[in-house]
Design a protein around this ligand. Structure first.
Ligand code: SAJ
Length: 414
């Protein structure tokens, strides 16, 4: 049996490599010629622990091969991006399914009777049904699960990815999977496919529930982080240490509050709730409010830093243009190099625009930045600044000895 993985990004490539490591023939498809060439050379174009070794071995042993043109296979696994179309004012969001539609169009000509097509990309509810429609429209044969039920000639399922960046390979194998077939036979086919490489349980559901489950998991986390972030604003007003407060409240057997921070970053939690909100705006008021709390947090952080700066200026009789800022952390969460949608990066970048030459940033996981307006520095250099701002709880920062005479320390990560 041959497996074709469409989209060789953060999810598709690790999945292709893990399946290939089970000695299955895998054809990876991507529109990006550079990614295809890199992979065929046994190398990778993204950063993820263990992935380089896995891809290198799979390509060398000829189980994995990448191409830009789809070829016949028995299973097609679609893992392409589903971004959001944002209007210039950022007031409305609309899911952009064009990559899924393009993937369907590209594989339709090579599909044959008995093939299994699985969608893994995070998608609004109803997308798998749309995918089936797109596929049948492209093929002259109209037999697909919605109209033909179990008589359809191909099987279609939605099975969301749920892996944590930084631990993708382990979680791909160990996590339970939700299997959402368009029919019972579709679910059974998808379930037996995942059992090839998944040690977790494969739990059968239906396509719509599986789509909603993925959105629910990330919205749950967003809402819970928003609660912690809202508490941090309230505590600031009451002059209470929010970290200590949460530690105490969490001693209650049924309370488990997450950690506040400068905001929510990454390309999943800050985006996925919109897939629910945009389709059910009247019903998802709490999810929307939580998203707004998290989205507004970086600007609150920026204002907080400025108010500390003005206090410092008046207390020490300093000029604002003489005060220096040492910022600790740029990535969207601890111990990774990923800067996408990072609130820490946003704060440092805005601060650097306001006070050029007064801001330095330490990011132990990144050696070079594209944005030249941010000045990277060593821990030692940053510790020498007037205001120390902790934005990411990297391991390197936890054991720091702060200079005794420090004018101001602002810790947004507890
Ligand atoms: N964060 C806080 N406080 C917390 C926890 C997280 O401020 O207590 C912040 C982080 O600093 C970061 C953001 O939230 O900026 C998101 O980080 P994360 O570790 O919660 O999640 P991601 O985006 O790395 O991965 C999530 C995971 N989803 C869940 O845990 C429900 C992962 O399992 C998903 O596969 C992934 O999204 C995805 O691809 O959807």
């Amino acid at each position: 049996n041959t497996v074709s993985v469409v989209g060789l990004g953060y999810i598709g490539l690790p999945t292709a490599a893990v399946i290939a490591s089970r000695k299955k023939k895998v054809i990876g498809i991507d529109v990006n010629q550079h990614a295809v060439d890199t992979i065929n050379g046994g190398r990778i174009h993204i950063v993820e622990p263990e992935l380089d070794m896995l891809v290198h071995a799979a390509v060398k042993e000829r189980y994995l091969r990448a191409t830009t043109v789809p070829e016949p296979a028995d299973v097609f696994l679609i893992a392409v991006p589903t971004p959001f179309k944002t209007d210039p004012e950022e007031v409305s969001f609309e899911p952009d399914l064009s990559y899924i539609e393009a993937a369907c169009k590209s594989i339709a000509p090579v599909l044959k009777k008995g093939d299994l097509v699985i969608l893994e990309s995070t998608s609004p509810v109803g997308t798998t049904e749309k995918m089936a429609r797109w596929l049948s429209k492209e093929r002259s044969d109209l037999s697909f699960p919605q109209t033909q039920g179990e008589n359809s000639d191909i099987r279609i399922a939605y099975c969301p990815e749920r892996v944590l960046p930084g631990h993708i390979i382990r979680e791909l194998i160990e996590n339970d999977r939700i299997i959402g077939g368009l029919t019972k036979q579709c679910s059974l086919a998808a379930s037996s496919f995942y059992k090839l490489f998944v040690n977790g349980e494969c739990i059968v559901s239906d396509a719509r529930t599986a789509e909603m489950a993925k959105l629910t998991e990330n919205s749950f986390r967003d809402v819970n982080i928003a609660f912690a972030n809202e508490l941090s604003l309230i505590c600031d007003k009451f002059d209470i240490d929010v970290s200590q407060l949460i530690r105490l409240a969490n001693r209650h057997p049924r309370v488990n509050i997450l950690k506040p921070g400068p905001g929510v970053g990454g390309h999943c939690i800050a985006v996925d709730p919109w897939f629910i909100i945009s389709e059910a705006p009247d019903e998802s008021k709490l999810i929307k409010a939580a998203r707004e709390v998290n989205k507004n947090k970086p600007d609150w952080v920026l204002k907080k830093v400025q108010s500390v700066m003005f206090d410092l200026a008046s207390t020490y009789g300093l000029k604002v243009t003489d005060i220096t800022f040492g910022c600790f952390g740029l990535s969207f969460k601890p111990n990774i190099d990923d800067l996408r949608e990072s609130p820490a990066y946003y704060v440092v970048s805005e601060l650097s625009k306001l006070y050029p030459k007064q801001v330095v940033a330490v990011e132990p996981n990144v050696s070079k930045l594209r944005d030249e307006s941010i000045n990277l520095a060593s821990i030692k250099e940053a510790l020498g600044c007037d205001i120390l701002i902790f934005l990411v709880d990297h391991d390197e920062f936890k054991e720091l000895e702060l200079p005794e005479e420090k004018k101001a320390v602002i810790d947004f990560r507890g």
